[in-house]
Design a protein around this ligand. Structure first.
Ligand SMILES: [Ca+2]
Length: 406
């Protein structure tokens, strides 16, 4: 509710604390840092993207993992998802009844049946996400129920709801308000479900973000009960409420899109011209921030830089990964090491090797790793738009037998 807290949450904290940290280092060591990096995941990834545009003079390297890019729009899109699933839920207090785990597993398998082999190997990963867009069709490739729902089909209403969720929110004129999401097999996990079915209606996440932190004027009653936040999500109007994300008043003089998103997000000239580097990594099955929104940004960044943005910024998609981690994916990777190598040794990352956290992993097991994968499977994460393609020979559990190609 505090207008200064809103701005701090958006960018003010980074703006104030980075110079303080540098001054502290200077006092302690008698000189400033040789290099400065900013990195984070989720809202921290958003901070990194904002810093790349607002405070590029402060950093030599920027790492945005699973960034909450365009966070106010993504949070509003979550309310749209909640409205879609409410239409097909058998219990509106549990949206997962509209799209159950057996049904999501069935859809994931239908995606794999069409798209898994497009990258050269049937391995439970859809690495050629772009080709899958035109190869998989929810209406054609998922059976439509002729009787009761039993996990082997979706009803026509469910297909409509799920399809709308993947296409993203629109207003009554049909104007897209956020971004599409690609079909990827990572939706059959608790992590994906928690964003779509719990956060989207809960009184600690999306409704509160939209209704209290982002819109003007704020609606403080939303947070007081789950019934209130759920009603806010279900009744959110994309013609009359959504525009409040751009409003200001005498108290809130900066709107949510201004304080939460980078000003001119594709204008990274300061970062580029001082030789700084940027790495963005995100899962294809991020349950809250659409990989397509991030991809659209990168496509525009490429255009802005005559097709040469990869000289200073690279975008890596993690097939199957959910928000920040999890999902049927090789989701352990050290993108910071790659960034440091790029900044300090001039070695641009042509691939980042990622490892699965299967059974026996010392750092914690990812339960979504399928049992037929090598528990320590490796894959190259590839700079978009290249994708990891199997070379046709050698152990398909190992990254060295894949190439990053278009
Ligand atoms: Ca595959």
């Amino acid at each position: 509710m505090d207008p200064i807290a809103r701005v701090d949450y958006g960018y003010g904290a980074v703006q104030k604390l980075t110079p303080m940290a540098k001054a502290l280092i200077n006092q302690a060591y008698g000189k400033g840092p040789d290099r400065s990096y900013i990195g984070g995941s989720s809202n921290g990834g958003r901070h990194a993207m904002v810093a790349a545009a607002r405070f590029a003079d402060q950093y030599d390297g920027v790492l945005a993992n699973s960034p909450g890019f365009n966070l106010p729009l993504a949070a509003a899109a979550q309310l749209y998802s909640a409205q879609q699933f409410r239409r097909v839920a058998t219990d509106e207090t549990n949206l997962e009844t509209g799209f159950t785990l057996p049904e999501r597993t069935m859809v994931a398998n239908a995606i794999l049946a069409r798209c898994d082999a497009l990258d050269g190997v049937v391995d439970g990963l859809v690495q050629d996400l772009e080709a899958c867009r035109t190869t998989f069709d929810l209406d054609l490739h998922v059976p439509t129920c002729t009787g009761a729902r039993d996990g082997t089909c979706l009803t026509a209403d469910q297909k409509d709801a799920v399809g709308k969720m993947y296409r993203g929110p629109v207003n009554s004129d049909g104007r897209a308000l956020y971004a599409t999401q690609p079909y990827d097999p990572g939706l059959a996990t608790p992590g994906w479900a928690s964003w779509k079915f719990t956060s989207s209606v809960g009184n600690a996440r999306d409704p509160v973000a939209v209704g209290i932190i982002f819109q003007v004027p704020p609606d403080p009653g939303i947070a007081s009960s789950l019934a209130n936040s759920r009603n806010f999500a279900f009744n959110y109007n994309f013609d009359t409420d959504f525009p409040k994300l751009l409003l200001t008043d005498a108290t809130y003089t900066e709107n949510a899109m201004s304080f939460m998103t980078p000003p001119n997000p594709t204008k990274l000239n300061t970062l580029r011209d001082r030789g700084a580097k940027m790495i963005v990594v995100q899962g294809a099955s991020d349950g809250v921030f659409s990989i397509d929104d991030t991809r659209n940004w990168y496509d525009e960044l490429m255009k802005e830089n005559a097709g040469k943005a990869d000289a200073f910024a690279r975008f890596f998609i993690v097939p199957g990964m959910n928000h920040s981690s999890g999902g049927p994916a090789t989701e352990q990777y050290d993108a910071l090491a790659s960034l440091v190598d790029w900044v300090e040794n001039g070695k641009a990352p042509d691939r980042i090797v990622a490892t699965a956290r299967g059974a026996g992993n010392a750092g914690g097991v990812n339960l979504a790793v399928p049992p037929d994968w090598a528990p320590d499977r490796t894959r190259p994460l590839c700079p978009y738009p290249s994708v990891a393609r199997y070379n046709g020979s050698g152990d398909s559990e190992r990254a060295e037998n894949f190439s990053c190609r278009r």
